[in-house]
Design a protein around this ligand. Structure first.
Ligand code: NAD
Length: 452
């Protein structure tokens, strides 16, 4: 408690001194972060292997590479984003100028999960520092090796009054949330998101919540099934399905279901071989608790593929099932967050749209079709955080698209310029002329003029 309060006090003092304002300083800090990461790449890869069994290729593409790219992108555009922006002046405000000045919130708290423990901690931190905030970062206790490397990187790149890591579990988060921050950026489950928002509300602290949910993957009858299967298997089984935007369940037109399932099996074989449990390219489940939950889900219907598991190494093969109770099955009641893929079918696209729209708004949605009217119907009638047509996951990997949820899947978004916006307050300023003055607005004027 005293340690947390001490760090926050030092950060507030540093922020108050104006030290975070200089753009040169922010650029230098982003460079320092890049250097500190590069110096520990091998350690980081090792830690990602120990915590999640991530292969080097996967760790680089989904964690480290994305962060290098984000730093480069932010550095390239930061000066432009940080400039005050002029806006138009209304007729009633003749002589004045209006502008919007982005300003840092102050001291922010970043709480992150274990599934992409590096990317989901560093991404928000880049935004916070670029926008001129100080930050306390609390990575997940479930990925301890990566959290330790993150602590080293942050300590190397920043003085603690600029950014510091506090390690620990829920109690540490709770303690942090009792402090007064100027913004809380949380990534994790919808359940904990509610706790975070409630704690922040007590301090009237704004929140950005990056949460989860059940993201549907619709495959319409006219889709290119072979291509769809490869892209879906990639999205579902990367990181053993422990991806917030992984397709949670497959919702396929009944005419193409059998063919799609066959193509999915083929794609799984191609990616991970005949024995995925032995593949070095296939990740493991983070904890025993999650492993047991997923094995139960894998048995919640008719098995279409996979189902094998190894409790000793916490590995569960890519598994396709037909849930015995359809939408009412246990596997359809909560976010799966693992390599179990329930397959549901629909007859009419309209039915699929109605079923999905009647449920909480998902973080992601994927649609495979070449029919523009099907695309239009789904995109216009279903609300979701973000997603892809004819692909999975890839919308997260471009800094040009805001990434975030809607409704129960989150509040606010980030990446690229949206990160800068997420961590900045847009201060509006009207600068009035002193060359003349209109008497009509004062009570002494005979005739008023509507100015509001
Ligand atoms: P989680 O909500 O259990 O934990 C996230 C963080 O919150 C951790 O740092 C944890 O220590 C902390 N925490 C746990 N209990 C807490 C409490 N009672 N009070 C305060 N803090 C607490 O989530 P997780 O299991 O680490 O991650 C999986 C979830 O995160 C999934 O639902 C997934 O969809 C979601 N997720 C979302 C995104 C996104 O970008 N939207 C990304 C990754 C994961």
């Amino acid at each position: 408690m005293a340690e947390i309060a001490g760090i926050l006090k030092a950060q507030r003092k540093w922020f108050g001194s104006g030290s975070t304002r200089s753009l040169d300083g922010r650029m230098e800090r982003l460079n320092a972060l890049h250097r500190a990461i590069a110096a520990r790449e091998a350690k980081l890869l090792q830690a990602l292997m120990e915590d999640l069994g991530k292969s080097e290729q996967e760790a680089y593409t989904t964690e480290i590479g994305i962060i290098y790219h984000e730093i480069r992108f932010v550095r390239k555009h930061l000066r432009r984003w940080a400039k005050p922006r002029k806006v138009k002046t209304a007729l009633t405000h003749v002589g004045s100028k209006g502008f919007i000045m982005p300003e840092p919130y102050g001291s922010v708290l970043i709480i992150s999960p274990w599934n992409y423990p590096f990317q989901l901690t560093m991404g928000p931190l880049i935004g916070a520092v670029a926008a001129g905030n100080t930050a306390i970062v609390k990575p997940s206790e479930l990925s301890p090796h990566v959290s330790a490397v993150i602590a080293e990187i942050v300590a190397d790149a920043f003085p603690p009054e600029c950014a510091a890591v506090v390690q620990g579990g829920p109690e540490t988060s709770e303690e942090l949330l009792r402090q007064k921050f100027d913004l809380v950026f949380f990534t994790g489950s919808t359940r904990v998101g509610r706790i975070v928002m409630e704690a922040a509300a007590k301090q009237l602290t704004p929140v950005i919540l990056e949460l989860g949910g059940k993201s549907p993957c619709i495959v319409h009858k006219d889709a290119d099934l072979k291509l769809a299967a490869r892209r879906i298997a990639f999205g579902k089984f990367t990181n053993a399905g422990q991806t917030c935007i992984a397709p949670d369940y497959l919702y396929v037109h009944r005419d193409v279901k059998v063919k799609l399932v066959a193509e999915l099996k083929q794609a799984i074989r191609e990616f991970y071989g005949e024995e995925p449990l032995k593949s070095a390219k296939y990740g493991r489940i983070v904890s025993e608790r999650h492993f047991e939950r997923l094995v139960r889900f894998a048995q919640d219907g008719r098995l279409l593929a996979g189902g094998e598991y190894d409790a000793a190494s916490l590995r569960l093969a890519p598994t396709l099932i037909e849930p015995s109770e359809g939408w009412d099955a246990a596997v359809m009641q909560e976010e799966i967050f693992g390599p179990v893929f329930p397959v549901l079918e629909y007859r009419e696209l309209d039915e699929a749209i109605r079923e999905i729209a009647a449920r909480p708004k998902p973080l992601a949605l994927y649609l495979f079709t070449s029919d523009p009217s099907a695309e239009k119907a789904v995109l216009e009638r279903v609300s979701f955080g973000g997603g892809c047509v004819n692909d999975t996951l890839m919308h997260i990997a471009t800094p040009h698209l805001p990434f975030g949820g809607v409704g129960e899947s989150g509040i606010g978004s980030y990446h690229g310029s949206y990160s800068f916006q997420a961590f900045s307050h847009e201060k509006s300023v009207l600068k009035q002329t002193t060359r003349f003055d209109f008497a009509f607005r004062y009570p002494s004027s005979e005739k008023g003029l509507a100015i509001l």
